[in-house]
Design a protein around this ligand. Structure first.
Ligand code: SIN
Length: 276
């Protein structure tokens, strides 16, 4: 009988550290259920000292769903592992992944449920990741604003972000088309039933079916609102830390304050469903 897990909240609104688990071993049903429950409650879970292989990281991801293949993996892929996104920032880097508030690949028709990032090389200081609860951001809105936003959809387009990164990496291919899909501005989490704001700075381009200036004003308000420190926690990485976040109700932002030092890791992403 394995010792039971400890779940230590980082803030009352978002984030928890999971103690007492070795992710290199297959999860027991008890562990899987406890992690799943904590994931739904805290939106992002943190694990320390997980010196796991790529296969073990993929197995951990598969415990929670089918793995996602990234539409821009030609830039950040790992040979032989199409489900892995290789994050590698160093002196050569002109722009890091996730450098603005976002939900991973929200431009997909069925954006990812969650992502699992393990860093195996960290800078001597900095390189934290910030997470923000979109439940808390939604709950903080007035009833009038909730009603208005509840009627709107927004276009999420991967092109501007992925094309800029491909150009910087010298692998821009003008024939390559990236996903672009409209999603509700407020989505209902398919498992918790809670409402969350679902727009982000990297992918959301405009609100559909309203004039441009109204769209700009609403997105400017939302981008400023979702970035309030009130809804956030901040994770300080160590070598072999793992973070597992829920893209349906949390945004994240990777700090790039450690240039020219190196920060490297692998991300596994889990397929999700169509936001409603
Ligand atoms: C990302 O997956 O968006 C990057 C997160 C990070 O590097 O902390």
């Amino acid at each position: 009988m394995k010792a039971s897990l400890e779940i230590l909240p980082v803030t009352p609104l978002i984030g928890a550290e999971v103690i007492g688990i070795d992710l290199s071993e297959p999860l027991t049903n008890h562990q899987k259920n406890a992690i799943h429950e904590a994931f739904l409650k805290h939106a992002v879970l943190f694990f320390r000292n997980q010196d796991i292989s790529v296969e073990q990281q993929k197995d951990f991801g598969r415990s929670f769903g089918e793995l996602h293949i990234h539409p821009a993996r030609d830039r950040n892929g790992l040979e032989g592992h199409p489900e892995i996104l290789y994050l590698n920032a160093g002196p050569h880097t002109s722009r890091v992944n996730g450098d603005e508030w976002h939900s991973d690949v929200s431009c997909d028709e069925e954006p990812p449920l969650g992502s699992i990032l393990r860093l195996f090389e960290v800078p001597s200081n900095g390189g934290d990741t910030l997470f923000s609860s979109m439940y808390a951001a939604y709950d903080a809105l007035s009833e009038a604003m909730k009603e208005l936003l509840g009627k709107l959809s927004a276009m999420h387009d991967g092109g501007p972000n992925y094309i800029d990164r491909a150009k910087r990496a010298g692998i821009y291919d003008p024939t390559k088309v990236f996903p672009a899909n409209p999603h509700p501005v407020i989505r209902t989490h398919p498992e918790t039933g809670r409402k969350a704001i679902f727009v982000n700075k990297i992918f959301t381009q405009y609100i559909v079916d309203i004039p441009k200036d109204e769209s700009r004003a609403i997105l400017d308000f939302l981008f400023q609102h979702i970035a309030k420190p009130d809804f956030q926690c901040r994770f300080k990485w160590e070598k072999d830390s793992v973070a597992f976040w829920d893209n349906r109700c949390a945004l994240h932002h990777a700090m790039w304050d450690y240039y020219p030092e190196t920060r490297r890791g692998y991300r596994v992403t889990i397929k999700g469903d169509k936001p409603r």
